[in-house]
Design a binder for this molecule. Structure first.
Ligand code: HEM
Length: 473
């Protein structure tokens, strides 16, 4: 579990007193700004990796919207997220855009208000609390598989779009964890549609800066999606406040949370922002991690076979339960390796509040710093044969001694993802439930291309056919 530090350490300033950092960062010259902007917008993954290869671990890139400071070395990642985190906040366009939907929820909040909220919410994500959701995760997945069978999408050539299925499944699970019961289909569908619209419009805004500041259709649609989501969540909170009763879900914990010193709880608006944040942050990322895992396993049948052997040995045909997760260690390694190659959160940004030093260079006050999971997770100084899918990298033997920040799918430091245990448990249980019963194959014409939007997902669809093992025998 993450412990939340108190703000005792202050920003480390005046780095020149400690060493003699070089102020001119390597990188392309200013006249490439237009080209950099278009390449970054069109091919962010290739562009950022190309910058590392050409210029090294800290690179300054001029673009039409200002200079970007790209940091690839794990030491630099640790510096920004952990060692000197007080020097970096979230006052950057990506989070300004997200806050249009999520307001002051935990992901977009900053400073003292963030710290107070994090302290209030941390207990809700304690390991014991997450464990209590294990049955919901497995049962909901079983329901989903039953629906596939009823729709005759198993043991036929009719493909399932696993990206869409995983997104709907993880949304349903996070809704149950939040509200204690499944939302009625109609309400779940309203939430799903509004979140999908919001996701698309937010992605547009990452790639066309300013698009949400003008009276564009995109801004209009985002506002409509937000109104829809507010209406659903406000109604659920109102019902809950009215019916009182003892509950054990995340919403109950948010409503009951009290500040240790003042005894104050959250306002309704704050609860709503937190609920929306958990809905958005709590499903899309896990759905992408699962989709990439299904894809990689389909491409590596020898690894899928080994995984299936683990499921047979540990589960012997029954559905997985929470207490099995400790013994499903190969399953966990497969998911970790999948998030190395295809990190759902592929980049994390921050604003420098004062000068800092990273890798012997001055990072100036005001710098827009970007850390890339997508690049650092394949950094050749830290990973042998970085492009190869090899879950063994995450065995305790091989992981020992690795730089802590060579792998940071959930971020790090005090702003480490609050849902990381929830996500890992959920991914392990969903994977085991589905893959102990079915073999998933890519359709013959499948072309799977990573698309770095708000999260890293396969472009379009991920079409796969499901065969039950009973049928295959
Ligand atoms: C595979 C799944 C997931 C991945 C890869 C992921 C990744 C991340 C990352 C990288 C951050 C840090 C962002 C930053 O530092 O700027 C983050 C923060 C956060 N995540 Fe996750 N996440 C996942 C699942 C979840 C789930 C399941 C939940 C909730 C149920 C969740 C809720 C949050 C929240 C509330 C924050 C903000 C925490 C804070 O700043 O205090 N995430 N996540």
């Amino acid at each position: 579990m993450t412990t939340v530090p108190s703000p005792t350490r202050r920003v480390e300033q005046d780095v020149s007193q400690r060493s003699h950092p070089v102020s001119r960062l390597p990188g392309p010259s200013w006249y490439t700004a237009l080209e950099n902007t278009t390449r970054f917008l069109r091919q962010a993954l290739e562009f950022s990796e190309g910058m590392r290869r050409q210029y090294g671990d800290v690179v300054s890139v001029p673009t039409l919207v200002g200079r970007l400071t790209l940091v690839f070395h794990p030491d630099g990642v640790r510096r920004v997220l952990q060692e000197n985190h007080f020097n970096y906040n979230k006052d950057i366009p990506d989070y300004q855009v997200l806050s249009r939907l999520l307001g002051k929820g935990l992901l977009t909040n900053d400073g003292d208000s963030w710290l107070q909220q994090r302290r209030l919410m941390q207990p809700a994500f304690h390991r014991d609390r997450v464990n209590a959701f294990g049955a919901v995760m497995t049962d909901t997945t079983m329901d989903w598989m039953q629906r596939w069978e009823m729709r005759r999408l198993v043991d036929t050539d009719e493909p399932l779009d696993m990206l869409k299925e995983m997104s709907a499944l993880t949304l349903s699970i996070v809704c149950k964890a939040l509200f204690g019961a499944a939302l009625p289909d109609e309400q779940l569908e309203r939430v799903r549609r509004a979140l999908t619209t919001a996701n698309h419009r937010l992605s547009d805004a990452f790639y066309i800066p300013g698009i949400l500041s003008l009276p564009t259709p995109q801004r209009h649609q985002l506002a409509a999606a937000r109104r829809e989501l507010h209406a659903v969540v406000d109604e659920l909170v109102r019902q809950r406040r009215a019916d009182g009763g003892e509950r054990n879900d995340l919403l109950a914990m948010l409503l009951e949370a009290r500040d240790a010193e003042t005894g104050e709880g959250m306002s309704d608006a704050q609860v709503r922002d937190e609920v929306l944040t958990l809905l958005l942050a709590g499903h899309e990322t896990t759905a992408n991690a699962l989709s990439w895992t299904f894809y990689l396993l389909a491409r590596h049948p020898e690894i899928a076979t080994r995984l299936h052997q683990e499921y047979r040995r540990v589960l012997a045909g029954r559905p997985p339960a929470m207490q099995d997760t400790a013994r499903l260690s190969y399953g966990r390694m497969v998911i970790e390796e999948s998030m190395r190659l295809y990190p759902p959160a592929w980049a994390v940004g921050r604003r420098a509040l004062a000068d800092d030093e990273i890798g012997g260079y001055v990072i100036p006050k005001g710098a827009y710093v970007l850390l890339f999971q997508s690049v650092t997770h394949r950094h050749p100084d830290f990973w042998e044969q970085p492009d190869v899918f090899d879950p063994e990298r995450f065995s305790s033997e091989h992981a020992a001694g690795r730089h802590r920040f060579a792998y940071f799918p959930f971020g790090g430091g005090p702003r480490l993802c609050i849902g990381n245990q929830f996500a890992l448990t959920e991914a392990q249980l969903i994977l085991a439930t589905i893959l102990s019963r079915y073999e998933l194959r890519l359709t013959p014409d499948a072309s799977v291309v990573p698309e770095p939007l708000v999260t890293l997902r396969p472009r379009g669809t991920l079409l796969m056919t499901a065969r039950s093992f009973a049928e295959l025998l």
